[in-house]
Design a protein around this ligand. Structure first.
Ligand SMILES: [Cu+2]
Length: 284
């Protein structure tokens, strides 16, 4: 067990200072082009490395392996650690796209404001530079805008239904949560027409999604829902043959991702106000 447990909060519940710290951590990471920097970590998911795990895949001789949840948990863990090296005490927040506000406000203000205190908001976008892919521009998003249909966000009941998937059905749980997750990616990216061409947002595309600063908080929400399901059904509720599998490039096994207390963090409840004094029990 880690000595310090960091509490990941709803982004809308961050204090002014916490949000400031988060923005500063992103800003510092975004300026670094080495293995401490934002480009390095975002580059694990899509361009240029494409290590991310989605859907059922074959691994170690097993068919239909679902490592979507453990892989992204390890990913968030490593990224958060990198941010903490730059800005001690910073913790990733989660974006609750279920809330009724999201339908109206689209993206939480923390991510949608272009400037804060006269400076560019580091949670708004990131400048990607990949000459070999013809990319040299800021990330972009057109949340909730689609040229084909006007889709609405998942209803809280849809999420409850997924959380009610019984133990012993990890694969089904993982697939269902991954589907909703994919929907949110596409919803967040959205589409628009520019100079007669259809332009999609970066969150819609695996290749560029992780460069959009909101990616991490979207995945924190997914990770949190997995943790909710684990609390209900058992932390070890995952097919046995997954447990020793390695999660590249993190140098961690699936087993090492199962208990988030071992990874040094926990999730605050939606409405909980926390003032620094809490215990494992208080969050149950
Ligand atoms: Cu994702």
């Amino acid at each position: 067990m880690s000595d310090i447990i960091n509490l990941r909060k709803n982004v809308n519940n961050l204090t002014h200072d916490e949000l400031k710290k988060l923005r500063l951590a992103y800003k510092k990471a975004m300026r670094l082009m080495d293995n401490r920097g934002y480009a390095y970590f975002a580059g694990f998911h899509g361009i240029p490395n494409f290590w991310c795990w989605h859907g059922p895949q074959a691994k170690d001789g097993w068919p239909g392996v679902r490592l979507f949840l453990p892989w992204h948990r390890a990913y968030l863990y490593r990224f958060e650690k990198a941010l903490q090296d730059l800005e001690p005490g910073v913790v990733l927040p989660w974006w609750d796209w279920r809330s009724a506000n999201s339908e109206q406000n689209k993206i939480p203000n923390a991510f949608s404001e272009t400037d804060v205190d006269g400076e560019p908001n580091s949670l708004y976008n990131y400048h990607m530079r990949f000459p070999e892919h013809n990319i040299d521009r800021e990330t972009r998003r057109f949340p909730g805008k689609s040229l084909r249909s006007s889709d609405s966000l998942p209803h809280p009941d849809d999420i409850e239904e997924i959380l009610d998937i019984p133990d012993n059905h990890f694969d089904e749980f993982s697939d269902s949560l991954e589907d909703i997750h994919g929907f949110i990616h596409v919803w967040t990216g959205g589409q628009t027409r520019q100079e007669g061409k259809i332009v999609s947002g970066d969150m819609s595309d695996i290749a560029t999604a992780a460069f959009d600063p909101i990616f991490w908080s979207h995945h924190c929400m997914i990770d949190r829902l997995w943790w909710e399901w684990q609390k209900k059904n058992g932390i070890d509720e995952i097919p046995d043959h997954y447990r020793e599998m390695s999660l590249e490039p993190f140098g961690m096994t699936v087993d090492e991702t199962l208990d988030i207390f071992n990874l040094g963090y926990d999730y605050a409840g939606t409405e909980t106000t926390v003032n620094g004094n809490w215990s494992r029990e208080s969050n149950g």
